[in-house]
Structure formats: C-alpha cells, structure tokens
Design a protein around this ligand. Sequence first.
Ligand SMILES: [Zn+2]
Length: 460
Amino acid sequence: MKKKLLAGLIALSLATLMPQASHVLLAEDFGANEDYYWNLCSKSTEDPQVSATCKSFSNYLSEKSNQLKNQVDNMNQDIDSIRNNIDMVQKEINSQQKIIDNLNAMIEKNNETIQRIQGVIEQLKEDIKQTESDIEKRDKQIKDRMRSEQVSIGTNVYIEFMMGAKDLVDMVRIADGIERITENDQDEIKALEADKEKLNQQKSEQDRLMDDQEKARQRNVENKAVAEKAKAEQEKLQVEWRKQEADLLEKIRSANAANSAVQSQIAVLKNVHYQQSDGWIHPVPGMTYVSAGTWAYPGGGTHLGMDFAAGVGTPIRAPIGGVILYANNPAPTYGGYLGNWVGHPAGGGNTVQLVGTVKGTTYAVSFFHMAQENFAASPGAGVAQGTYLGGVGHSGNSTGAHLHLEIINLGDMSVDEAIDRFRANGADFAWGTGWNSTATSCGVKGYAPCRERPEDFIGY
Ligand SMILES: [Zn+2]
C-alpha cells in the first residue's frame, strides 16, 4: 500500500515535468507500473506498437534518472554547507580548548604559588615559634637571675625587699641592681619582641598574598567551567551536524545506487528497442553539399556510396535507431590521401557500422572517413535515431573532409541474427555484395543482401 502511494507520488512529480499532455498519462502509467513495463520492454519484440511504448518507457526512465541525479546534486550542496558548519563549530571548539588550556596553565601556576607561599608561611610560623621560645627562655633566665640575686640580697620577693630595705643606701643598692638587670636584659627582650613583630607582619603579608592567589585560582576555575560548558555545547552541535552529514551520505549512496540501476535498465532498453525506426533522418544535417552520388563519381568510376562534404568535426547522427556492429578510430583525422588503406574496411579510416530496422526491413549503414577526435560510437551499444556518433573527418582513402555513407538491405533478417552473421563473417561491411560491382545493387539483384542507393532514403 505504502509502496504504491510512493510510486504514485513519483509519477505525479514526473508528470509535471513532462512537456506534452500525452506523456503525462504515460508517465503516470509508467510510475505506477514500472515492473509491468520492465517485463514487457526488456524482451525483444517485433511489434512496433510495443516498441514505441517501450521507447516512451525508456524516456520516463531517463527522466527518473535525471531526477535522481538532481537529488544527488542538491544533497551534495547540502553536505557542503553542513561541512562548512562542522568546520565553523570545530574552530569554535578549538578556540574554547585554547582558553581551557591557558586557564589550566594559570591554575597550575596558582597552585605552585600557593604551595610556595604555604612553605614560606610554615617557615615564618616556625621562626615565630622559635622567637617566642627565645623570648620565653630569656625571660626565664632574667627571672631566674633576679631570683638568685634576690637570694644574694637576702630577700625572697622583689617587692618585699624593696619595701623592706634596711636603709636608704641599701635600697639604692638594690634599686641599682634591679635597673642594671632590666637595662641589659629587657633591651634584649625588646629586640626579640621586635623580631617577633616583624615576623608576624611578614606572615600576615604572606597570608594576604595567599588569599590573593586563592581568589585568582577560584576565578580561573570558574572561567574554565564557563569555557568547558561552551565547548560541550559546540561539541553537541557538531555531533548533530555529523549525524545529518551521515544521513545525507546514506541518502546519496542510495540515490546513486537507484540511478545506476535505472541507467542499466535504460541501456538494456536501448539495445532492445532502438532497433526500429519509422523512417530515415539526415546523417549530416550540417553538410555543405553532396560531393559524389551513387553509383558513380562525377569524374567517372564506380562509387558504392554517397558523399556528404562537410567541415571536419561536423556532427554525424544515426539516421536510424539500432545497434552499433563495429566502431574503430585508429586513423588521424586529417591523414587522408588517395591510396591510404588505413582502417577497416581498408581505406575507410575511422569507421562505424550500424544495424537497425525501418518499417520491418533491416539495414546495415556504414560511415567512413570519420574524425578521430570526439568519436562517440562503441560496439554493442544501442543508439536512438539521431544519436551523435562522431564528427566528419578526412581519414583513410579520402581526398577531403566528407562522410561516405553506404546502406546494405538485409531484408527480413532480425537485428539479433544480423549481429551473429556480422561476427561470423569477419565484420564484412559489404555483407557479401563485394566492393567493385553494381550488380549486387537491390535494383539489379532484387533480393537481400543487396546495396541500396542512399539517395533513395536520405533527402538532400
Ligand atoms: Zn565516397
């Protein structure tokens, strides 16, 4: 059900592109019944009606192929813009990463500084402790000395002996002794106290530095978190873009696969259905004039074909649809002269032979003296009427740029049979009619294979 609906949609979209009303109906028909038409058209048929339908089916497939190709082109453009986005996001990720790296380095430095200050502070703490202990020791020494001096003075308690002086002289002696003690020793204590104060100041300066470092570190850690968040967001975006890229690549792969399947279908249909034509078209529409007719050259002598003079490179088109039996371009485009026997048949230069059917009669058509460059014919290929085969040249046994065209009537021989016989007879372009006589012309001989006068088919 779903599949049918899809096919209908494709048919509808194709129908809108079809230039002619009659094709709209056919296109819708083809889209909904591809399998049916493929089964009908991939086999050989003698029915011209079926063949015509199958040519339309082939056109439908070409249109489908173009659509797939356009889809691929569009998706490739989308992928380009997605890849631009991925690049842009990548740049953003890189710059955030750079910021993070810088902040990491700064935090590392903060940590080192903090550790160093920590060491200094520890040292200062120890120094302070040492100084405190020195002060205490000195204090104790003084007190001990005072005590012992008090003992030598004869009193136990300082205040007691001050107050308990026997007389004024004794008191002055005592007071002198106290002053002497305090002058020396208390200076020392004061110096120690000053040291301690200095150390404390140093420590509080270090504490302040430590505080600054910790604040700086905190700021760096916060900034790093911001950068990491921004980076994570960009990475999330990039994952999304990459997913879209992968989806598109898969769609492109699948459209390309579908297109090559359609292309091979078209190739098969060309081989099967371009073999029949309703009439002949001109092989060199861009010719300047007919330089020699059949069966004689203007100056005398047998001429088995028709010569179309045209500039080198003038396009040569298949005058009927068919299958290429032979195609080879070994000769230089401008290499022609009388008696130059390069090519097959000898003297043909760059040559092609095509076999196809017109209104039920099969014909072999030969093209001689073609250009070496832009040679588009390849053996075994099915070609539609009007297909470009190559350019006019001046190769082989030729006196100037022209196309020499010959037509052999093969009667009711099928194209498949013609292909087999051509192979079996060593690619005989003349089909047994020879190269010297008009006795094998259809007019004289009367039955196939016989040589036709191209003038009878090609208007000029
Ligand atoms: Zn000729």
